[in-house]
Design a protein around this ligand. Structure first.
Ligand SMILES: *Cc1c(COP(=O)(O)O)cnc(C)c1O
Length: 363
């Protein structure tokens, strides 16, 4: 049952899907860490291991996004993100695997070692990296790419939104919820009371929320915002949820299950991709106590929320599943031998300017 969504609710004729991810991803108990922080029944969903070329949460979305792009005969995909976007890197990596070119429209972000590494790795898989100073400049640049691609290939690029969080991309996380149900039924973990997950463009948490509604699980979703509204907001979650419902036969109009969804903004800090003391402390703790590698933009902030709830004693009696959305693939072999001057000139500043104050590790 590698893709239960396809077996139970959809067919490849309805929704073309490419099997890019290594599924199901494992679930593991983090009993030592859980005991230490006051959440004895703590588990992790290893979506760091979704792929061998690149892991993390974007791979599940790309199975559906690239499946649709291929079915439509696209030759190029165009997508959006911040300079160090994991989504743009994942898209470039898997687009190339299925024979498509990738154009990444990027905007500036706070500098970090991971920004440098993702830029080099994207370049290594042939991504066109186009940094623009503002969202308006991204729109103008996108129009120019459309014209150029159409003239050169006779096709328009397939466009994936930032984070891959289109209704079709979300199906990857609807499937993930069904995958979790199968793992609970197989006795690999008890039924979680809560899933803790980082939320940026919201496709991951909304897909999970929708998918849980198709299962017997009562699990609730604790979505920890890592960007501010309108990217991450309850209104956005509602809209995306309705749009996902439209993708599935007989699901149109499914009411948004408010009682099983919490969106919190208390661990974002100042802004997206700016690390926080709490987030970095969480990254260090999880590394020391469980050997798992989190990072400061997404997963560290999400785990910091879990940590605070555990310290307050709220998770002592709960079964908690931390959804690890960050790729565990070591990119150093891929970027070896690439020198940043090979990248487009506007990107050089990320290699010449310092990284942000809290960025200690080269992760
Ligand atoms: C993109 C990303 C997220 C956020 O997922 P959304 O579906 O955009 O909410 C979380 N963690 C990591 C590591 C990511 O790269």
């Amino acid at each position: 049952m590698a893709r239960p969504l396809m077996e139970r609710f959809l067919s490849p004729e309805l929704v073309p899907v490419l099997e890019l991810a290594t599924l199901p991803t494992p679930v593991e108990a983090l009993l030592g860490l859980g005991e230490f922080i006051g959440c004895p029944a703590l588990y992790v969903k290893r979506d760091d291991q979704t792929g061998t070329a690149y892991g993390g949460n974007k791979v599940r979305k790309l199975e559906f996004l690239l499946g649709q792009a291929k079915a439509h005969g696209a030759q190029t995909v165009l997508t959006f993100g911040a300079a160090g976007s994991n989504h743009c890197l994942a898209t470039a990596t898997y687009a190339r695997q299925v024979g498509l070119k990738c154009i990444a429209m990027l905007v500036p972000q706070h500098n970090a070692h991971s920004v440098r590494r993702n830029l080099l790795a994207g370049f290594a898989v042939g991504s066109e990296l186009d940094l623009r100073a503002s969202r308006a400049a991204v729109a103008a640049g996108t129009a120019a790419h459309f014209a150029r691609e159409y003239l050169h290939t006779g096709h328009l690029p397939s466009v994936f939104p930032a984070g891959g969080s289109s209704p079709v991309g979300c199906l990857g996380y609807v499937n993930a919820a069904l995958e979790l149900e199968a793992q609970v039924e197989a006795g690999l973990l008890p039924e979680p009371d809560w899933i803790y997950v980082a939320s940026g463009t919201m496709g991951t948490c909304v897909g999970l929320l929708f998918g849980l509604g198709l299962t017997r699980l009562k699990t609730k979703v604790m979505a920890v915002a890592v960007t501010s509204p309108p990217y991450t907001s309850l209104g956005k979650a509602n809209k995306l949820f309705q749009a996902v419902a439209e993708q599935l036969p007989g699901c149109s109009g499914t009411p948004f299950p408010e009682e099983r969804f919490v969106l919190r903004h208390d661990f974002l800090g100042e802004e997206y991709a700016l690390y926080t003391e709490a987030g970095c402390a969480a990254v260090d703790l999880v590394k020391q106590r469980a050997g798992l590698h989190l990072e400061g933009t997404y997963t560290g902030k999400a785990f910091a929320a879990l940590l605070q709830d555990a310290e307050k004693g709220e998770l002592r009696e709960k079964t908690v599943l931390f959804w690890n959305t960050y790729s565990g693939v070591d990119l150093s072999p891929r970027v070896e031998g690439i020198e940043y001057h090979q990248l487009p000139a506007p990107l050089h500043r990320f290699f010449e300017e310092p990284v942000q104050r809290l960025d200690r590790a080269a992760g």
